[in-house]
Design a protein around this ligand. Sequence first.
Ligand SMILES: C[S@@+](CC[C@H](N)C(=O)[O-])C[C@H]1O[C@@H](n2cnc3c(N)ncnc32)[C@H](O)[C@@H]1O
Length: 270
Amino acid sequence: MHQLRAVTPLSILAKKLDCLAIDCERGNFDVQFRNELETCRNLASGLDPYLEMLSTPEDPCLKRLSVETKKFDWSDSDDPALVRGLEAEMLSGHVEGQFLKMLVEVSGAKKILEVGVFSGYSAVAMAKGLPEDGKIVACELDARAARFAKEQFLKNALDNKVDLRVGPAIKTLRELAEHGMKFDLMFVDADKQNYENYVKLALDENLLSIGGIFVIDNTLLQGEVYLEEGEKSTPGKAISSFNKYLARENRVEQVIIPLRDGVTFAKRTT
Ligand SMILES: C[S@@+](CC[C@H](N)C(=O)[O-])C[C@H]1O[C@@H](n2cnc3c(N)ncnc32)[C@H](O)[C@@H]1O
């Protein structure tokens, strides 16, 4: 099965400290330095397994979805209906999935809008937190990911709860707004350069109700947002600029939670 790369600030830091500790064992460093480095390494590498271990265990159907996502061949092809660069690392996973499910439950959200479905992990996690009459409209551009996710919704008897729309999310969001649709919670987890467009559209066109919640993923973008300008990739620059936009946006109140790759939680106030 595919071995996942480190894609969060903490797991990247843990990996780097691991490499340093191995180098240090070979070099001539004093005991105190080695011990300090070992403590840093343990602090960084121990947190994620600890969160996994003491959070409510992963639902068996999500565990299966995760295994199947890692086994699937997501490599690029020339098919124009497919998005380039999809990889198993995109899956949100156990702790973030549990966070999303519980957020749906405690907020009492009934209508959810998801932007960026991939293999369906977050959609299934959120659907599990919905009441009987709750619904998710889920937007995905990649035809292959949409097929994979659809199968998961069917397998888990959630296809009546998830309305999957295949195509560019901006187009779908405009169509939903034209039909006067309103949502209680919007999960944004797709192309980083469009994050600002998704949030602005949801506010301008009233797709998100007043009091509704935005949950926005990858807002730390592997730590690039707080690193030097020269160390930012194109998505890193997009998220950095998005975070600044959201901090100025006076229609929301927000907090960035350092969960996994950063999750912003923003409530629409006006
Ligand atoms: C990070 S993955 C989503 C992961 C998923 N939410 C989860 O938690 O498992 C991002 C997804 O957004 C999709 N995407 C990228 N650009 C898009 C667009 N313009 N409209 C809709 N989906 C898009 C990609 O194809 C990919 O499947």
